[in-house]
Design a protein around this ligand. Structure first.
Ligand code: ASP
Ligand code: MG
Length: 477
């Protein structure tokens, strides 16, 4: 059996954390046989190595010659401290220290080049920001060797072939599968533990790319798919996906199982537990994806699987999330009734600003179209719509284009919404009972989620009381 496990920045953030991570790796190996590890750059809040690398690049670009050398020193200290705590002087300590030094020097050189050229390309950003993973995996693999296990640090540039879309590169599945099995299978066959960098890949010319911020989760899924893994585990610092944000709802509980579709609704609405693209390779290959907590490893966490087999859970509401800081834009007028193309022109005008729309509603009277955008974009969106519909506004076919700020979207997720009568009724009942006024409603056709738009001051109350339906009547199963 093959298991791919990804450890985030906090799980490799210090010598102690790496020790615990190594324990988890070795335990998993006893149960699973073949284990492939994917690791992020070191990062314990508030300092993440990837952030330091990027900050170095940006300050160098801005002509600041003082900051990146300081960041280099900070990075050196973080990695050296971990090495001191993990590797003995008789072992590989000096070798790994020297390897870290090479990366720190490379960082300094690249930042120097950026400042001299006064140019910071996406390609350079990827070369710089991907180094954190290259450093962390070398320490972790050396520590496993020090414990007496065969382990090798591998740069995913050897495994994950991507396009040249730097900063947000897309993996190429067939080539990645070929490279990954060719490189990793022999290691697994000889009982070695591969420790692979998350986040990075390479073009066919061997140029380093990154998969986007937070992309190490995605790396794990890509490798899981390439190796036909039995499961992919994402180790993080929470007990899986929670039924609500615990900062708003102290009684939030971990959700034992979610379908891929349910998580898509949640991920979209800001439950920032896993990187949004992580699911795709797993869905395509039917590989269960498990979220687990390094600080509470015996907790089963959340397993995300195909929709099939989850039918016994129908009836369950699973989670409620909120997106705050959004605005509702309304295009309103009696002259819009029965006129084709208004919606297309509306969203065309928004798209030209590169603003993404979070929710849309239009009642069948066609007297208005409402949609939600991030608050920061609202004024520009209204301006763009006024320009687009200048004629209609003059003729009063469209009477008003306006934005209502300081509102929020509350989304309730659960596949049970599809098959259970009265769920919407219960949600609105709970909101009404607690004086939450619903401004607009949308239910996606996947019927996995209902979203309601409420005033900003009502959002926490709305989340709290909808959550009571989840832990009470809606039952998390
Ligand atoms: N280190 C990368 C980042 O901070 C990737 C990851 O941690 O998932 O974005
Ligand atoms: Mg992450």
């Amino acid at each position: 059996m093959t298991l791919v496990m990804k450890f985030g920045g906090t799980s490799v953030g210090s010598a102690d954390a790496m020790r615990e991570t190594a324990d988890l790796i070795l335990q998993a190996r006893d149960t699973w046989g073949d284990v492939v590890v994917v690791a992020s750059a070191m990062g314990s809040k508030p300092v993440k190595v990837t952030d330091l690398l990027l900050q170095g690049a940006y300050t160098a670009f801005a002509g600041d010659l003082d900051t990146y050398p300081q960041l280099a020193a900070q990075m050196r200290a973080i990695h050296y401290e971990a090495i001191d705590g993990l590797l003995s002087p008789e072992g590989e300590r000096q070798i790994i220290l020297a390897e870290m030094e090479r990366f720190v020097e490379r960082f300094t050189t690249l930042c120097g080049a950026v400042s001299v050229l006064g140019e910071l390309t996406p390609r350079a950003l990827d070369a710089i920001s991907g180094m954190g993973e290259q450093m962390s995996v070398r320490i972790l693999a050396a520590y496993l060797r020090e414990l007496g296990y065969d382990s090798e640090a591998i740069d995913a540039t050897e495994l994950v072939l991507t396009d040249g879309n730097f900063q947000n590169a897309a993996p190429q599945t067939a080539a990645t599968r070929a490279q990954t099995t060719a490189r990793l299978q022999p290691l697994l066959d000889s009982d070695a533990i591969p420790i692979v960098t998350g986040f990075i890949g390479a073009t066919s010319d061997g140029v380093t790319t990154t998969l986007g911020r937070g992309g190490s989760d995605y790396s794990a899924a890509i490798l899981g798919q390439a190796l036909d893994a039995d499961e992919v585990w994402i180790w993080t610092d929470v007990d899986g996906v929670m039924s609500a944000d615990p900062r708003i709802v102290p009684g939030a509980v971990s959700i034992p199982t979610l379908s891929f579709r349910e998580v898509s609704e949640l991920a979209y609405y800001g439950a920032k537990v896993i990187h949004a693209k992580t699911m795709r390779p797993c869905v395509e290959s039917g590989i269960p994806l498990r979220i687990k907590n390094t600080f509470n490893p015996t907790h089963p966490g959340t397993v995300i699987e195909e929709d099939a087999g989850l039918s016994r859970q129908n009836g369950a509401l699973k989670a409620v999330t909120a997106i705050k800081g959004v605005s509702m834009i309304t295009v309103e007028g009696k002259g819009m009734i029965g006129v084709p193309g208004i919606a297309a022109r509306t969203f065309g005008a928004v798209a030209r600003l590169d603003v993404s729309v979070l929710l849309i509603t239009q009642a069948s009277s066609e007297q208005s179209i409402c949609f939600i955008v991030p608050e920061a974009a609202a004024a520009a969106v209204v301006g763009s719509l006024e320009a687009e519909f200048a004629d209609q506004l003059n003729r009063h076919d469209i009477e008003r284009i306006w934005s209502r700020d300081a509102i929020a979207i509350v989304t309730i997720v659960g596949a049970g919404i599809q098959t259970t009568y009265g769920i919407a009724g219960r949600v609105f009942g709970a909101l009404g009972d607690h004086q939450v006024n619903v401004i607009a409603i949308a239910q996606g056709s996947t019927e996995c989620g209902i979203s309601v738009v409420v005033a900003g001051e009502d959002v926490d109350r709305a989340v709290e009381h909808v959550h009571e339906l989840i832990v009470g009547g809606g039952k998390v199963s």
